[in-house]
Design a protein around this ligand. Structure first.
Ligand code: MLT
Length: 214
């Protein structure tokens, strides 16, 4: 565990140089340890950079402030997405990494979506598990066929199906290559998320599928 570069994080070096690194972003109340097993299962051999969100909600780490469940402090979303993007750029230099694919769950998926919209060069792609629209008036970046996978839960009490579909539409309109699957689950993750993400990584790993980034 390291507390430099501005964020508490863990870095696990990979052993397959051609595999893109993953940026792991936990859900509300999680930390930098949570998604390491999922990252290893989805992308064996990839380097893993796992970050702890800096915002505390009743002691629970998050990546940005919210006013209520599903109601975001959008100024904070913008500030924190930029701060995290700067961290990723610094961490790439420190650990000698290519642009990572974000793997985010819930609040972590939402900050990853905000980074795609605000700082698209920072990520090579993203796996967004239970994501929703992070910004009411998003910019329209050029996502240049970046691969993005979204999974939603049909019975998710936090994220209405229409909201996840709107995010998929925003990213598609901005040029991303989006695969959106609605699963017969709630907000919690399922084996289906894991199976889909593993399958998706096989194509995201193809050199022509991952645009080179800054
Ligand atoms: C969020 O705050 O990002 C979403 O409501 C998901 C959550 O973290 O519960």
């Amino acid at each position: 565990m390291s507390n430099d570069l501005g964020f508490i994080h863990r870095f696990e070096p990979g052993n397959r140089l051609e595999a893109p690194p993953l940026l792991l972003l936990h859900g509300t109340g999680g930390d930098e340890n949570d998604l390491l097993p999922l990252g290893q299962a989805i992308a064996p051999g990839s380097a893993l950079l796992s970050v702890r969100g800096k915002v505390l909600e009743h002691g629970m780490p998050r990546f940005f402030r919210r006013l209520a469940e599903g109601v975001f402090d959008e100024n904070d979303v913008r500030r924190r997405a930029n701060e995290l993007a700067d961290f990723v750029a610094d961490a790439r230099k420190r650990y000698d990494l290519t642009a990572p694919i974000a793997l985010g769950y819930s609040n972590g998926a939402n900050i990853a979506a905000a980074m795609l919209l605000l700082r698209p060069q920072v990520l090579a792609g993203a796996i967004l598990l239970r994501a929703m629209v992070p910004l009411a008036q998003p910019p329209k970046p050029d996502l240049a066929r970046k691969p993005v996978m979204i999974t939603s839960g049909q019975r998710d009490p936090i994220i209405p199906a229409s909201n996840a579909a709107e995010l998929a539409g925003q990213l598609t309109d901005a040029g991303a290559n989006v695969q959106h699957s609605v699963l017969p689950t709630g907000h919690e993750l399922s084996q289906m998320d894991l199976a889909l993400a593993k399958e998706w990584m096989k194509t995201a790993l193809l050199p022509e599928a991952v645009p080179s980034s800054e």
